[in-house]
Write a protein that binds this ligand. Sequence first.
Ligand SMILES: Nc1nc(=O)c2c([nH]1)NC[C@@H]1CN(c3ccc(C(=O)N[C@@H](CCC(=O)O)C(=O)O)cc3)CN21
Ligand SMILES: CC(C)C(=O)C(=O)O
Ligand SMILES: [Mg+2]
Length: 285
Amino acid sequence: MSTTPTTPSAGNSLYGGVTNRRVTVRDLAAAKERGERWPMLTAYDALTSRVFDEAGIPVLLVGDSAANVVYGYETTLPVTVDELIPLTAAVTRSTKRAMVVADLPFASYQASPQQALETASRFMKEGRAQAVKLEGGRAVAPQVELLVSAGVPVMAHLGLTPQSVNTLGGYRVQGRGDEAAENLLKDAKELERAGAFAVVLECVPADLARRVTEQLAVPTVGIGAGPGTDAQVLVWQDMAGLSPKVAKFVKTYANLHETLRDAASAFAGEVVSGAFPEERHSYSA
Ligand SMILES: Nc1nc(=O)c2c([nH]1)NC[C@@H]1CN(c3ccc(C(=O)N[C@@H](CCC(=O)O)C(=O)O)cc3)CN21
Ligand SMILES: CC(C)C(=O)C(=O)O
Ligand SMILES: [Mg+2]
């Protein structure tokens, strides 16, 4: 498989720069020092993650959003470690260059740092992930500390944390108002202190995300957090126009829903009419 990005960007060491090895946490730290932005996409299977690796996406997240886009659950809460590990293994097997980050699912890390390490070790041993992501503020700082001390790079996730949808009261913008903003900023600093190598900021006001980005040494990854973060992430099916409904923060760069529906309809029509298969699709004796 190709590991050379098809659309290298001159002057960006990360996007199009690193070629013959996996992207590391040090590459991401260096990118922030140079003021270079980078993209992250979710990935859940072999063929699409290969495409994203080829496109030069430096970080792929096997998101617990697989609950929604792969398994068809309403929220991310039901998805299990056993459901996510095979997807993680498929993504790492099919990529050569991207750093693969595995989302730890709901209730697989919150109970204790020990639980977090047991779960993370499965994602690394069985899924061959290079890093894990977990949701939450200072409450999970002890988890981050133990994981990092054990050699597991940890990406943090603040703001709209979908695993807490039931305590947040829905998928709403977080960090509005002075008190909530200061609280989120403190969480971000505490997670950085605990050793997180990056912090996802989901659905927070753009000015707050910019402040967090300025005050942290580690990169921030925004989703619905405005243009001031170091990186941007989207769920790939949202970005590619496959998801039936998307949040306001999504921009669609393709219309896969229409493209695939038209392909399926064309196939169906030709089967019904007998136009497919032709002789060239058939074997002789
Ligand atoms: N396909 C997909 N894309 C995602 O981005 C995503 C998932 N699934 N599953 C897990 C979470 C859930 N996410 C969501 C879901 C809905 C909104 C949403 O509808 N937000 C409102 C904000 C309303 C407000 O407070 O102003 C919106 O209208 O955009 C946001 C994030 C993000 N994650
Ligand atoms: C949207 C990203 C940040 C995520 O956590 C997921 O896809 O699960
Ligand atoms: Mg997630």
